[in-house]
Write a new protein. Sequence first.
Length: 490
Amino acid sequence: MHNFYKNKIIPPFIFLPLFISLSGCAWVHDEKPAIAETDIAQLRTPQIPKAAMQKWPGSDWWTDYHNPQLNALVAQALKDSPSIAVVQQRVEVAKAHIKMSEASDGPQVDFGADLERQKMSAEGVMGPFALDDPAAGTTGPWYTNGTFGLQGRYELDLWGKNRAHIQSALGVYQAKQAELAEARLLVSSAVVELYWDIQTYMALKQTLMDLREQETLIAKTDRQLYEQGVTSSIDDTSTSIRLAKIDEQIDVSKGRLRLLQTSLQAMLGMNAPAVHLTPVTLPEMKDSLPSVLGYELLARRPDLQAAHWYIEASLSAVDAAHAAFYPSINLMGFLQYDALHMSDLFRSSAQQMGAIAGLTLPVFDSGRLNANLGIVRANSNLSIASYNKAVVEAVSDVAKNASQVQTLSDENAHQQTVLDGSQHIYSLAQQHFSVGIISGAQVAKAKLPLLQEQAKKIQLQGEWISADIRLIRAVGGGYRAQNTETVHHG
């Protein structure tokens, strides 16, 4: 071989282009594989209890309560929420990144102009121009050089690198839109839950006030009987204890109401008018979700949809990182005027133009391209792993909330039986009072258990409403993912 090169039968530099091409094609090494993404269409979801079966909530699900007061509160919160405003700006930033990526894939034309005043060196390459010899065309040593014109360049996206960047930016934009829907869901569900919590405690406080009124009536009647000599003794201690316990419950309800009202005011914005709610009847317990939850879960939960779009964006980023290993071809051109003297700048003879086709192939970059590929692949796998985790948590979230709805529905059925029995006993007492068999104090005593059971009923009803709202939130609150062309990755 030494003699072969020595005799110069084939010059060694002939192999240089082939070496560069082969090294460029085989540059990628030790790339980690993509991890598997959970196929939610094949996912086995828990059986949803019967009490949680009906239909999917609509995107404006809170209007199903038919409560104009609530609708106005949600509308105001969605309009003025600071958290929604933050996510909205993130959407705008993502949209701007798409435009930037699209612009990077197109041709670019610049206009440039410069003016230079310089003194030529007599000892340099341009030494003759330092002389003042008009016959030779030199008027040195000072010159005022001017240049102006157009320059254009365009990169041929043969390997899809720029297109992959655009798809990645589009995926992030879609993810941010889904995050905006998630923010709107969190705000609306929080306002609705706070509203019904307030209504629950308002109803509970009124029931406790009625209960205290009955206890006070009983105590008053007992004292009158004692003063009239009908009874020989009176025990004020037990009555005082019962009233104190009721007062304690009333104070707890009032404190809870103040806290809930402050939280609601914060959700609406501190500059919003003070909220004064009118008491309304609590919604009746009803069914709320279908019995089968399969692939639909993906489209109904905005957080899962956002995670899915982040995966799409990351896979496009991997495609772009792969394409960076291949040659890039750039087309450049210029049309400009250049003159050593400003007086000659606008002459046709000062015009110059040209076109350049350039090829760049990475040969040795100290591992930069492989490091970049490793980063984007790891980020992509992180997105997939996060999505897989979110899917498991989403299914578990739905199952737990549905189970809670079922449990509260069962408890409510039992409580209704107790309440009906208490109502029946109270009705008998009223009948006995109407015919003079018992006194009004005895009727009041018969009403005490009824009011106590009504208070338990109100609490159960409030807990069920909160559980139902959390269940609606768990399935996405009626969110519908936008139909967007799927990006395929090889």
